[in-house]
Design a protein around this ligand. Structure first.
Ligand code: PGA
Ligand code: ZN
Length: 415
């Protein structure tokens, strides 16, 4: 089938700030009078196999490389030829992990190209992504981080990085978004009453960061969720792992656990609190641990983030070992939309649940919501509170207001 072809007529990149006030990059691509922008988020608990966000000298070095090596070469390309754009990024970079141009620059160019192509095709970005992937679009269930610890919060907070909720019965986007916001609010009230001196402080993703241990935190989240939502965790266990001693270090509790003790601790939480989602329960190298956990808890969506880092070959390995039932898709882990789509298609083929995810340091860019809808994600993990998180929820609402029930809503009770 032939299609219209378009052409990039101008390109630029500059440094902007993310939600932590750290520098990141934004890219603008132009085709005649049509302009598109995309910016990149940054993670803090990054997998060792994910793209390097910036060259050694930071975001401004990415912009310098962009102007010197990329800008002129992007002009003349067709933004709807995603593979063409992404191949150019890989060729100019020439490293395994985008360490020369920076994975964040690669991602911003790649995403911007998709946004521009959709504008030129005069269709919503989610539809363009769906056409590119061949996956049927769907509204994802928001998987919201309501309480946080680990590397996203300060001393005294829980050691587990994220306490997550997702609505069980929401039948549309508005109900789903509202359900998470209400749980977050209720949780704030519960913590204010129960935790002496807690003034409502939040961590990097707008999740409350009270000075309590993991189980106390989980109890409060469970209570706030009531029967409206399932509860889950992102253990982000690579951040806890001490490879030299093969132990998991719960720093804020000054506690060390062997793998077996860590396994037992997590098992107790799953059983006691009816957890339905557990992300990164073990170190990123421990595929066997993940598989054992999957076998022990057939109802739990065991999800690979640092384990898979949005790479199709790691996803294949995890799937073949029975190590995951769900996978995080963070496009800047792998650097391009082509590779993200490839991982999503592989997950779809293998019946693995897709969780399209933000990073802890975000911008107000709302491309992620289109990506989640266009890749038929079961979940979008984009936080609950804070402007940069709400930007994703609001874009999801806008998509829903304009497309209504022509797109099916994923169901929390079918997890
Ligand atoms: P990040 O972690 O800080 O790397 O974005 C978020 C996550 O582990 O899901
Ligand atoms: Zn994670």
């Amino acid at each position: 089938m032939s299609r219209e072809s378009f052409v990039i007529t101008d390109a630029d990149a500059w440094v902007i700030l993310d939600s932590r006030g750290s520098e990141t990059v934004e890219v603008e691509l132009v085709s005649g009078s049509v302009k598109a922008r995309a910016s990149a988020p940054s993670g803090k608990s990054r997998g060792s196999r994910e793209a390097v966000p910036f060259p050694e000298k930071g975001a401004s070095a990415s912009v310098e490389v962009f102007r010197r090596l990329l800008k002129a070469k992007l002009v003349g390309l067709d933004p709807a030829d995603q593979r063409g754009v992404d191949d150019l990024l890989k060729k100019i970079d020439g490293t395994q992990l985008f360490s020369k141009i920076g994975g964040n620059l690669a991602y911003a160019v790649s995403a911007c190209s998709a946004v521009l192509a959709a504008k030129l095709k005069q269709i919503p970005t989610w539809r363009h992504i769906s056409q590119m992937s061949g996956i049927k679009p769907a509204y994802p269930i928001p998987l919201g981080n309501v309480l946080g610890g680990g590397s996203h919060a300060g001393e005294g907070a829980p050691d587990i990085q994220e306490f997550l909720v997702f609505p069980i019965k929401a039948s549309n986007v508005a109900e789903a978004v509202k359900a998470n916001v209400e749980i977050h609010r209720r949780l704030g009230q519960i913590l204010a009453k129960r935790v002496g001196g807690f003034g409502g402080g939040k961590g990097d993703e707008g999740a409350f960061a009270p000075p309590v241990d993991d189980e106390t935190a989980l109890k409060a989240v469970k209570e706030a969720a009531g029967d409206t939502a399932y509860v889950g965790l992102d253990v982000a266990a690579s951040s806890l792992y001490d490879a030299a001693k093969s132990e998991y270090v719960y720093r804020n509790r000054q506690l060390r656990r062997t793998k077996q003790q860590h396994f037992e601790f997590l098992s107790r939480l799953v059983e006691r609190y009816g957890l339905r989602y557990v992300e990164d329960p073990f170190d990123e190298s421990d595929f066997d641990g993940f598989a054992e956990f999957c076998r022990a808890f057939p109802k739990v969506l065991v999800c690979g983030d640092d384990l898979v880092v949005t790479r199709v070959e790691l996803l294949r390995k995890a799937a073949e070992m029975g190590a995951v039932r769900a996978v995080i898709l963070k496009p800047n882990q792998v650097g391009t939309i082509t590779d993200t789509v490839e991982a999503a298609v592989e997950a779809e083929r293998r019946g693995i649940v897709r969780v399209v995810s933000h990073r802890s340091g975000e911008t107000c860019d709302d491309f992620l919501s289109h990506l989640a809808v266009g890749l038929g994600g079961k979940f979008i993990k984009a936080g609950v509170a804070g402007g940069e998180r709400v930007a994703k929820a609001n874009e999801l609402l806008r998509i829903w207001y304009s497309s209504g029930d022509t797109i099916p809503m994923q169901r929390g009770d079918e997890v």
